[in-house]
Design a protein around this ligand. Structure first.
Ligand code: AHG
Ligand code: MN
Ligand code: MN
Length: 339
């Protein structure tokens, strides 16, 4: 038996451009550059205490969260890698109040890149998987100097989305709108190798991911759904469910992509000014595109995430995503309660 050819990310992208006409050379360069930046972040994460990268940076981001050194470093790595290639019109990130314009000395391209440079910050110092999430949009026609408004497009207009997980291995998960593909970093060679193609999330699942400590703040339909799962075999669902919560969205979503499950960060009523914890533009939208491309579903509990018309770069939304039948069930509970 002959071994199948090793397909590097570079080869995959060239074939997507040349054979399938799915991307142009600018989008190909963009994905390559983001992947290279993720490799650098992966190396920094992997050094841990030896690299002096653990702990707090002593600063706050626009959301009032304390930044970790790795939040700041990962943001810088992604900015620096993406500024000069001529493929982007602007960038935006969790760690920057406003979009970052491309310096005048460099050419500008047609794409907008939005990212969560380091997802799962609370896990950095305890050696648990963290990651990077990114979303690619087209700069609206005729916009020369994109500001926040240029980014406020529904997730259904994303041309690409992906995430990296810096775990026991480093993986890069990518969609260009034609299924979801997983690449594993070959650390010796320094290249991402295709290890799974057209991944599908099982429609049914027996596993849920949620931070249960917020239960007392949830809305009624949310409590109903979880109470039914917890009731197990003798409850209304007639079977037992298992729970997992890494507290890094990238790791929880990656598990769901691999073996199914439902991930929930619902709206909670402890702070009325926050309609959820996760951010639409660089957490919910890219993950929703990936999950839908893998046959799953992604809603706010009430509507499809990818249909939301954003009003702010850093806006938050409730997130329900993963195995289709569970997402549809809990979404139906919310709609019933509203009606
Ligand atoms: P970030 O580190 O980018 O701020 O995101 C953290 C997010 C997400 O990764 C995770 O699912 C969630 O916060 C965990 O929240 P809890 O600490 O409330 O469980
Ligand atoms: Mn995050
Ligand atoms: Mn983050």
């Amino acid at each position: 038996m002959s071994t199948p050819p090793r397909i590097s990310l570079t080869r995959f992208l060239i074939e997507q451009q040349r054979d399938h006409n799915r991307i142009n050379s600018d989008l190909r360069l963009l994905i390559e550059v983001v992947a290279r930046a993720c490799k650098r972040i992966s190396i920094a994460v992997g050094k841990g205490a030896l690299g002096g990268v653990l702990g707090s940076a002593g600063t706050e981001n626009v959301q009032g969260e304390t930044q970790k050194k790795l939040d700041v470093l990962s943001n810088e790595i992604l900015l620096e890698a993406n500024e000069w290639g001529g493929h982007l019109a602007a960038l935006a990130s969790e760690e920057m109040d406003d979009p970052h314009s491309i310096p005048h000395r460099y050419p500008k391209g047609e794409y907008l890149l939005v990212f969560d440079p380091l997802d799962g910050s609370s896990n950095i110092d305890v050696n648990i998987s963290v990651g990077t999430i990114f979303s690619v949009l087209r700069c609206p026609d005729g916009v020369r100097d994109p500001d926040e408004r240029a980014f406020l497009q529904p997730g259904s207009r994303q041309v690409a989305a992906g995430y990296a997980v810096y775990g026991s291995s480093t993986v890069l998960v990518l969609t260009l709108g034609d299924g979801v593909h997983v690449f594993t970093l070959d650390r010796e060679q320094g290249s991402f190798i295709l290890t799974a193609s057209h991944v599908r999330i099982p429609e049914d699942t027996g596993e849920f991911a949620i931070n249960m400590s917020n239960l007392r703040h949830w809305e009624a339909p949310m409590r109903r759904y979880i109470e039914e799962l917890l009731a197990g075999k003798t409850g209304p669902r007639g079977r037992d469910f298992n729970m997992r919560w890494v507290a890094s969205m990238v790791a929880d979503v990656h598990r769901i992509l691999t073996r199914g499950g439902i991930f929930i960060y619902p709206r909670d009523l402890k702070d009325a000014s926050k309609p959820g914890k996760l951010r639409l533009m660089y957490e919910a939208n890219p993950m929703a595109m990936i999950v839908e491309q893998a046959g799953g579903a992604a809603t706010t509990g009430r509507k499809r995430i990818l249909d939301i018309e954003p009003t702010q770069l850093h806006q938050r939304v409730p997130v329900f995503l993963g195995s289709k039948n569970e997402v549809e069930r809990v979404t139906a509970y919310h709609r019933e309660a509203d009606a």
